[in-house]
Design a protein around this ligand. Sequence first.
Ligand code: NAD
Ligand code: TYD
Length: 410
Amino acid sequence: MLLRQRLGNSGHISILSLHYQSRYQISDNNMNNYKRNILITGGAGFIGSHVVRLFVKKYPEYHIINLDKLTYAGNLANLSDIEQAPNYSFVKADIADLDDMRCIIRDNNIDGIIHLAAESHVDRSIRDPFTFARTNVMGTLALLQAAREYWESLPEKFEGKLFYHISTDEVYGALELTAPQGIESPFSTKASSEHHHAYGEEFFVESTPYNPHSPYSASKASSDHFVRAYHDTYGMPTLVTNCSNNYGPYQFPEKLIPLFINNIRHRKPLPVYGKGENVRDWLFVEDHARAIDLIFHKGKVADTYNIGGFNEWKNIDIIKVLIRTVDRLLGNPEGYSDSLITYVTDRAGHDLRYAIDSRKLQKELGWEPSLQFEEGIERTVKWYLDNQPWVDRITSGDYQKYYEEMYANR
Ligand code: NAD
Ligand code: TYD
């Protein structure tokens, strides 16, 4: 799918998809027929694959180039339904390789970047913070620098260009659990669950000071600062959004929801960190992708938008919903998998509560989630149960070793 050539001694690298050359006969010239050439990084990952799919299908007039290193978390099978689309290309590359980023951005005449590539799992960041600094900080910096150099070299410079950086609510730190029993939430959206509680009075807003606690969130915070610095220092058109926890199809089964669905199915213990009292605000991944589309096209340059569903859950409550749903769909009697719940040593520095206030995005751009949590969870559980080969393929090999190391003797 990918052809990579090093030309002579110049060190120049041109990266071409075979799509251009043979299958669709798209030449460099034809590339110019597209209205826009948009680079999406991390498109083979969980959220990135939903964003790529949405853009490829919705905008046939755009050339969508998916750039991904294909780490353990990147999986081209996530995009098998659209990989033949004429306006889609894939490039395997590392965002931390500045020379490659220069070539890819220049050779493909990129005018918009949606940057999702990252190391994304908090537990892995605790074991290996350097990889997170390399990819999330240095990788983002390389991408920013390559885009800046190319765009500044053009006659129109930054006009019509955008560097859109996807970040997380975890950069804001942790909120207090001032209402552990849950209080009526002051806000709601379509995503709000039927149970619809808030577990404190405070929410993260766009002006909440950064206060990251994990190596993952520290690396994301650092990359957010670099993105804003490139606007403030060089005038580069940038945008940052900070989203709450996503769930849905194609999430790597190291994260809570897919891991637990898979373990329930295989009757394996469900490792609940600490007392299971930590609170997360959950949003269906397709609703995040819709928000990214809207903000990419209508967002105010240099601005920040929080994205979330006003849908707070304690881990233990979500786990009970997962158990009930998987057991029902598999035809097991009620309560059949309750005994799998296993309390284990807490995650170091475990943030207590995340809760996003996304009213700015709602008010300014009219975004609202489309799916209520109960419906989203039903769809998600069904998807994992129906796609066991997808799960099996990525949970073989290295994943087994990771699982052993992460959970043995915990
Ligand atoms: P993911 O781990 O599923 O996917 C990350 C992708 O990035 C993978 O395809 C991987 O191969 C690729 N990648 C990693 N290192 C790379 C490198 N050096 N060069 C090129 N590609 C590389 O992550 P995700 O959950 O889809 O998250 C995507 C983005 O959204 C991340 O920036 C994350 O911080 C952010 N985010 C995630 C959530 C969430 O709940 N998952 C919430 C808010 C924000
Ligand atoms: P996770 O999906 O890793 O996302 P994040 O840490 O980015 O919020 O974890 C969600 C919550 O579930 C978090 O509070 C940690 C908890 N958790 C467990 O209790 N057990 C597990 O095995 C995992 C992976 C997470």
